[in-house]
Design a protein. Structure first.
Length: 144
């Protein structure tokens, strides 16, 4: 996997821009355990940043599960063709010490072997709060 970089925009459901972010990430695949160790840091335009450290396990038939220290339960993923669907509930820190438990529903679409587009929705208890898009590019091709 190697080093990955990306960019994100978060929009309200009526289309207004809420936040922008840059993403710096690094992933390693452990073939003997079928586990991906993935760290991603989001740096938002309001000055705060957040780092997520994922442990993602590959299951059977394109299924994946993931753990991260602020998750409620585990993330569930399904891969088919160029698409990957990833759902989870996470306690999400905000500026000022507050946090919100949000449900994330992300779709990753591979463009080629070095880039993907991510479309996601986040909301509380079944209500969508924001819509977002991310572009992610691999910047160093190692351990494929």
């Amino acid at each position: 996997m190697g080093r990955i970089e990306g960019w994100a925009v978060l929009e309200s459901l009526v289309g207004g821009l809420l936040k922008r972010a840059t993403i710096a990430a690094h992933g390693e695949f452990e073939s003997d355990t079928q586990i991906v160790l993935f760290t991603e840091t989001y740096t938002f335009d309001d000055g705060h940043s957040e780092t997520l450290r994922w442990t993602i396990r590959k299951g059977d038939e394109g299924r994946y599960t993931g753990l991260e220290n602020r998750l409620e339960g585990e993330a569930i993923g399904q891969q088919a063709g160029c698409a990957f669907h990833w759902k989870y509930t996470r306690d999400t820190p905000q500026i000022g010490g507050k946090s919100f438990k949000l449900n994330f529903d992300d779709w990753f679409y591979a463009i080629d072997d070095r880039a993907c587009i991510v479309r996601g929705i986040a909301g509380r208890a079944g209500d969508s709060a924001c819509d977002g898009a991310r572009h992610i590019s691999e910047t160093m091709n190692s351990h494929r």
